[in-house]
Write a protein that binds this ligand. Structure first.
Ligand code: PBG
Length: 308
């Protein structure tokens, strides 16, 4: 029997996702074990993600383990993957994406973002912070790092009135009872990759095993969408720390990609929607539209602000 060592971060969410991948592998008769590690992104909690050195804080250690052969595959939240990945590694599968939108969690069932009352809203994502300032400038964004359990604790302690999170993680962690609002995908556009789990391996992994893993875990429609979103991110060299966002959906046989860039304070926003059939080209074309409208200048300003 083929036995697969799955490398994963050791947060409860990451372990859930790794077991999910493991169960998919079991469905084709493979067995699996988890090799769980704590990454720099999990350990350094006193600085914002955008300041720890953004690229690959959650992924680098797992990539080294792939090369050493101590794991066969690594599972990552597709959202946490940098746009530029090392040449000796590849992504061989994207699991079926669940609802990709963001949600508002609070202990107060009457809380709504559109209220006039100034609320303290916890988030660690520059995209959510920027969207919040753009759509609901009356509120104050509060930095919130840590895994989902830690953040829920902080909410309960009163560090903030509400927090913004991805529905997918909240659902996996069975925290949906705290959801007070589901944010509209078309207004509060998700991060590239949000809601899907990516599987990475060394390019030199046995091709039969690769094919089997892909068969068990890859969801073709999700893959088309993720490839379009990641193609866009690649062009703009965005990472999870910069408010470049993109979300693709299938409309009949076509891919519809909505993507944009927001300034950190939410005051400038560039956004386009485009339809196409080739994910790679669609991402490139939409990135081109953004660049032609001045995205590079906004991005330069964002990077300077984040580094200061
Ligand atoms: N950066 C943290 C992270 N990475 C993936 C998810 C949620 C699950 C997913 O998007 O697949 C989260 C938490 C969040 O953003 O709320």
């Amino acid at each position: 029997m083929t036995h697969i060592k799955i490398g994963t971060r050791n947060s409860v969410l990451a372990l859930w996702q790794a077991n999910h991948v493991g169960h998919l592998l079991e469905s084709i008769g493979f067995s699996y074990e988890l090799i769980a590690i704590s990454t720099k992104g999990d350990q350094v909690l006193d600085r914002s993600l955008s300041k720890i050195g953004s690229k690959g804080v959650f992924t680098e250690e797992l990539e080294s383990m792939l090369r050493e052969g101590s794991i066969d595959i690594a599972q990552h939240s597709a959202k946490d993957l940098p746009s530029h990945l090392p040449d000796d590694l590849e992504l061989i599968a994207f699991t079926e994406r669940e609802a990709a939108h963001d949600v508002v969690l609070s202990l107060d069932p009457t809380l709504r973002l559109n209220s006039d009352k100034k609320l303290r809203i916890g988030t660690s994502s520059t995209r959510r912070r920027a969207f919040l300032q753009h759509l609901y400038p009356q509120h104050e964004a509060v930095e919130m790092r840590g895994n989902l359990q830690t953040r829920l604790e902080k909410l309960k302690q009163g560090t903030c009135d509400a927090m913004l999170l991805a529905y997918a993680g909240v659902h996996r962690m069975e925290m949906t009872s705290y959801i007070q609002e589901h944010l509209d995908l078309s207004q509060f556009v998700p991060a590239v990759g949000q809601g899907s789990v990516a599987i990475q391996c060394v390019k030199s992994l046995d091709s039969y095993i690769k094919e089997q893993i892909r068969m068990a875990c890859n969801h073709l429609d999700t893959e088309k969408c993720l490839l379009a979103e990641r193609s866009l991110l690649y062009q703009l060299e965005g990472g999870c720390s910069v408010p470049v966002y993109g979300h693709a959906q299938l409309k009949e046989e076509q891919i519809q990609l909505t993507a944009g860039v927001l300034s950190l304070n939410g005051q400038q926003k560039l956004e386009f929607t485009k339809i196409g059939t080739d994910p790679q080209i669609l991402g490139e074309l939409l990135a081109g539209d953004l660049v032609n409208s001045g995205a590079r200048k906004i991005l330069q300003t964002i990077r300077a602000e984040l580094n200061s």
